[in-house]
Write a protein that binds this ligand. Structure first.
Ligand code: SF4
Ligand code: SF4
Length: 252
């Protein structure tokens, strides 16, 4: 059984996870783990793997029937209790780059956008599951401290950019995306090494006078490349010219 209990960012909860607990690694089984673009960036860098190879080896993909948006999940081991491919007897082998939902656990974060003002508000919940023993004798921390301790802020920042795009898509292009738009979305979000090739070898942005410094930095910086990719989706699919990279750009 599991319970979701709302909690505010300043409130405390008691929780500690360690390998002495009987439940150690139990939460890395029975997996139904979606990956965000930033999750994939961090894991493929941790494994020193090109994004297309990582996606083929470790993930499954499907397209949302209503939206046509690609959804990427970790490929769990169906012969062994849907175990995560990265769990070992001593814990997570990609721990320093584990996905945002693994970092956040036992908390979950939701975002709501005001229809009147468009302002986003975040809210948090504690997920209490029977198998998880971490609440017994746990350390007391606020939600804010947990976010800082687990290095979640950068994940939230990148994931919020994605949510903004999904919200734009639902507003401006209701219904399933066409195949070309799907491919653009998939490559710019999830298949970053191929996206980089499209920029520098296939010249997909050559007709725009992008800032040379931006272009130079995305040659080696994956986070900046993903930020450019998310802005490219807004520009390419929805005609949005307000993102920093494409502001004031025009055809050469
Ligand atoms: S990525 Fe790591 S922490 Fe997350 S489910 Fe897999 S083994 Fe567990
Ligand atoms: S305490 Fe909870 S999070 Fe930690 S290993 Fe056990 S089930 Fe997983």
């Amino acid at each position: 059984m599991s319970d979701f209990i709302p909690i505010s960012i300043k409130n405390t909860f008691n929780f500690s996870c360690n390998d002495d607990l009987a439940c150690f690694n139990q939460c890395c089984r029975d997996l139904n783990q979606f990956l965000t673009p930033y999750d994939i960036l961090r894991i493929k860098k941790n494994l020193d793997m090109p994004s297309d190879i990582f996606l083929g080896k470790y993930t499954t993909e499907h397209y949302g029937p209503e939206t046509g948006l690609p959804v990427i999940s970790l490929k769990a081991d169906s012969d062994d209790g849907l175990k995560c491919p990265f769990v070992t007897s001593t814990g997570c082998r990609i721990y320093k780059d584990r996905p945002s939902s693994c970092r956040m656990y036992p908390l979950a974060r939701g975002l709501a956008r005001s229809r009147e003002t468009g302002i986003l508000t975040e809210h948090y919940m504690i997920l209490k599951e029977d198998h998880c023993k971490g609440f017994r004798n746990g350390q007391t921390r606020t939600v804010e401290q947990w976010i800082a301790d687990q290095g979640i802020a950068v994940y939230n920042r990148m994931n919020d950019m994605l949510l903004e795009i999904i919200s734009m898509k639902n507003r401006l292009m209701p219904g399933p995306l066409d195949i070309k738009s799907r491919l653009t979305f998939h490559t710019a979000c999830y298949n970053l090494d191929i996206f980089r090739k499209h920029i520098f070898e296939n010249g997909i942005m050559d007709h725009l006078d992008l800032n040379p410094e931006t272009l130079e930095s995305v040659k080696s910086d994956d986070t900046m490349l993903l930020e450019l990719g998310l802005q490219w989706i807004k520009y390419n699919l929805f005609g949005d010219r307000n993102s920093t990279a494409f502001q004031g750009t025009g055809r050469k």
